[in-house]
Design a protein around this ligand. Structure first.
Ligand code: ADP
Ligand code: MG
Length: 326
């Protein structure tokens, strides 16, 4: 019933940023070339994620909001073969619907008709035709309106928005071939071009000063099957007010203390309070050398050979800084 659904939803949906994460992942899984994220009041009032992906028919839509329904795996064999989509549990839409007012409009690619579906307290309230472009828009209003205890734990608009910004930034940088935009209270915060290169995505997200002073990192450790690419800040010119090392492993954002330490030690004594390191690094690691599904929420990663990864990262960053005369 509704109460059980609301409790279960708390596990998946902690704050607006968790909703944004699920919706953006769905858009990426739907093969979108463009994803527009719009939030009001840090996402506490309204979140809308719009894409030009494969879209859904009326029947798809009805199925999509059902509990434990996913179109992404058919059977246990698919799970065994390895999940390539970001989602596969079929929980997100259903649970978000239990703690907010959800409206989904969608039209399949090449389809004739669009459909609008509304959820209230996790139940389908209405389904009807809608005039909309191909692709999908999911709108989530009044998050936690029916769970006041959770609503109370939301932080200020600024804090909630900063979490949303962090999430959208992560996906924008991990997918430079998708045009991702973020708008807060009517103001566009950033919009990537979808041109495909990390540098132009960095420019859109962090601005010219950061993007132009970044140093390219490139390294391969063929023996260990580790490849690294990305950018680190020039400690002479880039001012970062906080430490910022973001790591992607095989295209997925992960939180990795190992990589962070490797970056810090590569900078050696060149860091100070006003010269925090700023790095965006992509690691390609042989799939049997890394487990990125240790905990999907915490985005942790388990390495086959931790010291090999640390060494490869440290060497690649050191080389990049050296090449730059640092
Ligand atoms: P999961 O992503 O684990 O499959 P979700 O609850 O997030 O579960 O989504 C349920 C289903 O709804 C998906 O499997 C997909 O078929 C459909 N869906 C959700 N969002 C979109 C979207 N933006 N475009 C197309 N289909 C979508
Ligand atoms: Mg999903």
């Amino acid at each position: 019933d509704a109460t059980i659904r609301q409790i279960a939803a708390g596990e998946v949906v902690e704050r607006p940023a968790s909703v944004v994460k699920e919706l953006v992942e769905n858009s990426l899984d739907a093969d979108a070339d463009r994803i527009d994220v719009t939030v009001e009041e840090g996402g506490t009032d309204r979140i809308a994620v719009s894409d030009d992906g494969i879209g859904m028919s009326e029947a798809d839509l009805r199925a999509a909001v059902r509990e434990h329904t996913t179109s992404k795996i058919e059977d246990a064999d698919d799970l065994e073969a390895g999940v390539t989509t970001l989602g596969f549990r079929g929980e997100a839409l259903h649970t978000i619907g239990a703690v907010s007012r959800v409206t989904i409009t969608s039209k399949p690619r090449g389809g004739e008709r669009g459909t609008e579906l509304r959820l209230e307290d996790g139940e389908v309230e209405s389904v009807g035709p809608a005039g909309c472009p191909e692709g999908t828009t999911v709108e989530v209003a009044d998050l936690f309106y029916n769970t006041p205890a959770r609503r109370k734990y939301l932080k200020t608009t600024t804090t909630e928005f900063s979490h949303v910004n962090t999430v959208v930034t992560r996906y924008a940088l991990a997918n430079p071939d998708v045009a991702v935009s973020l708008t807060h209270d009517g103001r566009e915060v950033f919009a990537t071009t979808g041109r495909g290169d990390l540098q132009s995505a960095l420019l859109s997200v962090y601005g010219r000063e950061v993007a132009t002073s970044m140093i390219a990192v490139d390294g391969t450790d063929a023996d260990r099957g580790v490849e690294i690419s990305g950018y680190v800040s020039d400690p002479e010119t880039t001012r970062s007010t906080r430490e910022y090392v973001s790591t992607y492993v095989n295209g997925r954002y992960v939180s990795s203390p190992v990589v962070r330490e490797a970056v810090l030690s590569a900078y050696g004594g060149q860091l100070s309070a006003e010269r925090y390191p700023f790095a965006v690094l992509f690691l390609d690691v042989a799939p049997d050398e890394v487990d990125v599904n240790v905990h999907p929420r915490k985005m942790e990663v388990r390495w086959g050979d931790e010291s090999a990864v640390k060494e490869t990262v440290e060497t690649a960053v050191e080389d990049a800084l050296l090449d730059h005369g640092l």
